[in-house]
Write a protein that binds this ligand. Structure first.
Ligand SMILES: [Zn+2]
Length: 257
């Protein structure tokens, strides 16, 4: 576990940012137990800002406090993924409705830049990363174009959960170069067509068409992520049954709290 040391004041904000970053960049893994004392020591702060930050992250759903058990990085269930995507869909549809009357040539030009990058073939992990960034950027531009700060904040809160879901999903493509598989290529082409349809509908100023395109895109992404989550969970269960009879690392960690 790596955490950068806190040097500035406003310790709670700093600790909160450091912990959030560590969760969203896999510094802490989903389901990992968090020790408040250990974190405070590593960051060079007292226990109070760590406790406050843990509470805040708990409200955001990134951390789970389980009574008589401890504090853990949140893990997502299939149901969490489904409900998060449903809300995401509603927020993006609202964003489209609000954004269309406000869209400028500059905003559409920025969306086009994302599309140009998304059209490029994915041949490496680095390119895959660029694609993921352009994908997020395209959706961020839509949210920003809506001109509603509250909407942007709510979307930001959901993004944290989607990132955790992606962390789960990315565990499944560690061993193989998944982006070379036929299945992945088909999904990639479909996603591309969906992005093009969204931007075309926004450009045409057609709210209902934009919402239909967004719904199709987001629900397809939801189904894909739920399917990946299922296969990752199954693999997880296999691992558990293979080590039956031994003390699993998580149980061992739990015993000296
Ligand atoms: Zn997208």
């Amino acid at each position: 576990m790596k955490l950068r040391r806190i040097t500035r004041k406003r310790a709670t904000d700093e600790v909160y940012e450091a912990l959030r970053e560590a969760i969203l960049t896999r510094g802490f893994k989903p389901g990992e137990r968090l020790q408040v004392e250990e974190i405070a020591e590593k960051l060079g702060v007292s226990l109070t800002p760590v406790r406050h930050s843990v509470q805040r992250l708990c409200t955001e759903g990134l951390i789970e406090i389980r009574p008589r058990s401890g504090t853990f990085v949140a893990t997502l269930t299939k149901d969490d993924i489904r409900s998060t995507f449903e809300v995401r869909c509603a927020l993006e549809c609202l964003a489209a409705e609000l954004a269309i009357p406000r869209l400028t040539a500059k905003m559409l030009g920025e969306m086009d830049e994302c599309l140009v990058l998304l059209r490029k073939a994915v041949t490496s992990e680095e390119m895959l990363r660029k694609h993921e960034l352009a994908n997020s950027e395209l959706h961020r531009l839509l949210l920003e174009a809506a001109g509603n700060q509250r909407l942007v904040e709510m979307y930001g809160g959901l993004n944290a959960h989607l990132t955790i879901a992606r962390i789960h999903a990315s565990e499944s493509r560690k061993t193989e170069t998944a982006f070379q598989s036929k299945e992945w290529l088909a999904r990639f082409q479909q996603e591309q067509a969906e992005h093009e349809a969204i931007v075309a509908a926004l450009r045409a100023g057609n709210v209902s068409l934009a919402q239909t395109a967004l719904r199709q895109h987001i629900y397809r992404a939801k189904d894909a992520m739920m399917a990946t989550h299922e296969s990752v969970s199954e693999r997880g269960n296999e691992r558990v049954s293979k080590t039956k009879g031994e003390v699993s690392p998580s149980v061992r960690r739990r015993s000296h709290s």
